[in-house]
Design a protein. Structure first.
Length: 282
């Protein structure tokens, strides 16, 4: 199957990044948000990223303008009709996602593929809620999308081979390095990363060292680009807490249980960079 027009549901941090790389790769890209102010904020994020790239000599003004010309912003579901592939990147809530798929089903062609950028929800469950379970797949990008090369491609039990191959090739055409991940909570990356982050919080609670010393130790001792607490603040403590709870509910292994400090920080609204304070102040 040939993909010519890509749709993106959501123009938040992840959705705007996905829409940007799609448009940069030459696809006509329809991006939908719930209201105009939220849509404008996402489009401004894309433009700033591209403008910064021009200023730093990483891209040209012509390439920036071509990318922006490929973007078709909307607040309406019915304008998503021409899409061959729709990548959903809305709130991490199964009921909200299923409602969005139901709205899409009434406007897109039967050939269209649905993909979810979920980082933790069951792909088979989401696929089963649509009228095209054979044309549904997980397509998990990483933040910041324009920079991070990895994409996890996850098949539902019902995903057919053509859908999988089409989406895998699409990810490659976006300049990404796709890997195949199982339909289990956390997929591959978060299945390994989240227990590491949770263990860092437990170690800090138990007096292993200061935040700065633990972060510096993992950066300089293990070659990580950032330490666990800097990474937690970047990802969002609420996001990590949410994924950890889903993983613990599925596997019931202590390694996936959120430590008390993480829970209390989320309850206090200390979510990391996006709230201005997490383990560090911003």
């Amino acid at each position: 199957m040939t993909i010519k027009t890509v749709g993106v549901l959501g123009c938040g941090l992840m959705g705007s990044g996905i829409a940007q790389v799609s448009a940069q790769s030459g696809y006509k890209t329809l991006v939908r948000e719930v209201d105009q102010p939220t849509l404008d904020k996402g489009l401004a994020r894309i433009r700033k990223f591209l403008d910064d790239g021009v200023a730093k000599g990483k891209t040209t003004g012509e390439a920036r303008d071509r990318t922006l010309a490929n973007l078709c912003p909307t607040t309406r579901f019915d304008e998503m009709g021409p899409c061959d592939l729709i990548i959903e990147a809305i709130v991490e809530n199964a009921d909200e996602k299923k409602a969005a798929y139901a709205a899409l089903e009434t406007v897109v062609g039967t050939h269209a593929i649905f993909a979810s950028n979920t980082s933790s929800l069951c792909i088979t469950e989401l696929a089963a809620a649509t009228g095209r379970p054979d044309r549904f797949v997980g397509l998990h990008f990483f933040n910041p999308v324009p920079i991070m090369k990895l994409v996890e491609v996850t098949r539902a039990l019902t995903t057919n081979e053509e859908t999988y191959q089409t989406v895998f090739s699409l990810a490659q055409s976006l300049g990404k390095e796709p890997i195949t991940a199982p339909d289990r909570p956390g997929f591959i990356v978060n299945r390994l990363l989240v227990p590491y982050l949770l263990d860092a919080v437990r170690a800090y609670e138990n007096g292993l060292g200061t935040l700065e010393d633990i972060d510096t130790g993992m950066k300089l001792g293990c070659g990580h680009p950032m330490g666990p607490f800097t990474l937690l603040d970047f990802v969002g403590l609420d996001t990590t807490y949410y994924i950890a709870n889903i993983m613990f509910d599925e596997f019931r292994e202590p390694a996936y249980a959120p430590p008390p400090l993480l829970k209390r920080m989320v309850l206090a609204g200390r979510l990391g960079r996006k709230s201005g304070r997490g383990f560090y102040a911003y």
